[in-house]
Design a protein around this ligand. Structure first.
Ligand code: NDP
Length: 483
């Protein structure tokens, strides 16, 4: 078993508690790593280091172009070590290696490079105010120490999506990954040291949400929080943050609809919709878990989907042939199975999957693609974020009903539309209550385009110029010009 330390002030440290907890390999179901159980004392060390770095260290004197050069180096390091980082993430949370390694070499490296390019393009404005003899201008300034709390399904993606814009904006960071998948974020810290980072710039405290997580949220020197996780956790963090009127970016869950219009090309829609949920076993915030299908296509769609998925079984995430990832941790595996049983109990019909499977030689947590029909809008399977490989298929009769069903959810993260009529799709996109709408594609994300939620899927944006502005505050400066 590998024993990790946490990372603060440029050093690896044992937790003040003297305690570690185990992290399991989802493919085998066996523990493979010991993760430090940090508490408020470790958070104090990390936040103090981040605060020193922000106010006194070389970072506080570094100009924007130099910040950009540092981010470029960080991207290059991530490309160089993509295989090693991918191995850790695959072992720790079961993400398919064939997904995470190219992502690190491609669009996650690009994230660093994109924000490297933006770092020296932060411009204020001269505001033409209605006040004679006064000159007014704005500055966009970093917050200082930012606390970043990440979810277990994609720790590297989420950490990089926060880290790159936050650093471009000039902040320093303390990251708290999920107790269920902390190892890859620690491995990222290890390799990033090659990019010559000042001590205290990036710190990672591991541990439990209600211990290390709460301590980070409540620390008075943490000036902004960026949280990715479920609605329940997000709400708790928002309540704690509100006590100190602390600004917050919330990236929460979803129950995203995939709308298949009457003129959709099923040869495109079926693999697109299957690919939008099943490869990570539904463990993606934007997983398209509700297929809303025009009644005339419903039976053909279900048949084509089941036949497309017939061989798509979960397996070893290290094997490049594996089509569906394992479930990342045991409590979640048990929760997904309970939700499947719940869907049966409420009268939905399981037409594919629906039971755990046990690939030979692996003792871990595997659930195959599972599809339910006979679903109604009020059932739990239609309303609850299962965060597993479970899809509900519902028929609709016209555009208006499709939109009503699509928006009939407290979530608003993403939506898909499949149709030959792009103008109609754009008209519908305006009416969908979702932060991202995909037309005839799904699951795409690049550093340039903002992502985030409507309704209970959160607020604030990641990626794009907005993603960097979220980590900055605006100051208005007034100069009296009278002699
Ligand atoms: P949780 O909300 O359970 O946890 C998220 C993070 O918050 C973890 O690091 C957790 O620590 C921590 N945490 C939980 N409670 C608190 C608290 N009171 N104070 C401080 N920190 C706390 O989410 P999951 O990890 O289970 O992730 C799955 C969820 O994340 C899904 O709903 C998914 O949709 C969402 N998600 C959203 C994304 C987006 O961009 N919108 C992207 C990816 C996932 P610990 O685990 O140690 O308790």
């Amino acid at each position: 078993m590998k024993t990790f330390q946490y990372f603060a002030d440029g050093n690896w440290r044992d937790p003040a508690s003297g305690q570690w907890f185990e992290s399991d390999d989802p493919a085998t179901g066996k523990p493979w790593a010991r993760i430090p159980r940090c508490d408020a004392r470790d958070v104090e060390i990390a936040v103090a280091a981040a605060q020193r770095c922000f106010t006194q260290g070389p970072w506080s004197r570094m100009n924007a172009a130099d910040r950009g050069r540092m981010l470029r180096r960080m991207g290059d390091v991530v490309t160089r070590h993509a295989e090693r980082l991918g191995d850790v993430e695959t072992t720790d949370n079961g993400k398919r290696r064939r997904d995470i390694v190219p992502a690190l070499q491609g669009w996650l490296t690009d994230s660093f490079h994109y924000y490297a390019g933006l770092a020296d393009k932060i411009e204020g404005a001269v505001i033409p105010v209605d006040a004679p003899g006064l000159f007014n201008y704005t500055r966009h300034e970093p917050f200082g120490v930012c606390g970043c709390i990440t979810a277990w399904n994609s720790p590297l993606v989420i950490a990089i999506w926060k880290m790159a814009p936050a650093l471009a904006a000039g902040n320093t960071l303390v990251i708290k990954p999920s107790e269920h998948a902390s190892a890859s974020t620690l491995a990222l810290m290890e390799v990033l040291q090659e990019a010559d980072l000042p001590p205290g710039l990036l710190n990672v405290v591991t541990g439990f949400g209600d211990e290390a997580g709460c301590a980070l949220v409540e620390h008075p020197d943490v000036r902004l929080l960026s949280f990715t996780g479920g609605v329940a956790g997000g709400r708790q963090v928002a309540e704690l943050a509100a006590r100190q009127v602390k600004p917050l970016i919330l990236e929460l869950g979803g129950k995203s609809p995939q709308i298949v219009l009457r003129d959709a090309d099923l040869d495109l829609a079926v693999p697109g919709i299957a690919g939008g949920i099943f490869p990570p076993a539904g463990q993606s915030c934007i997983a398209g878990s509700r297929a809303l299908v025009h009644r005339s296509l419903h039976d053909r769609f279900v048949e084509a989907l089941c036949s497309h998925l017939a061989d798509a079984l979960p397996g070893d995430p290290r094997d490049p042939a594996t089509q569906v990832a394992p479930i990342a941790n045991r409590p979640h595996f048990e929760r997904v199975l309970r939700d499947i049983e719940g869907a049966r109990a409420e009268g939905a019909r399981c037409v594919l999957g629906g039971k755990a499977v046990h690939p030979e030689g692996l003792g871990g947590w595997f659930i195959p693609p599972t599809v339910f029909t006979g679903v109604t809008p009020d059932m739990d399977i239609t309303r609850k974020e299962i965060f597993g490989p479970v899809m509900a298929v519902l028929p609709f009769d016209d555009e208006e009903e499709a939109l009503r069903l699509a928006n009939d959810t407290p979530y608003g993260l993403a939506a898909g539309i499949w149709t030959a009529d792009a103008v109609r799709a754009m008209r519908m996109a305006e009416k969908l209550e979702a932060g991202t709408v995909y037309i005839n594609n799904y699951f795409n994300a690049t550093p340039q385009s903002p992502v985030g939620g409507y309704k209970q899927s959160g607020y604030g944006r990641e990626n794009g110029i907005e993603g960097m502005k979220a980590f900055m505050q605006t100051k208005s400066v007034w100069l009296g010009m009278a002699p």
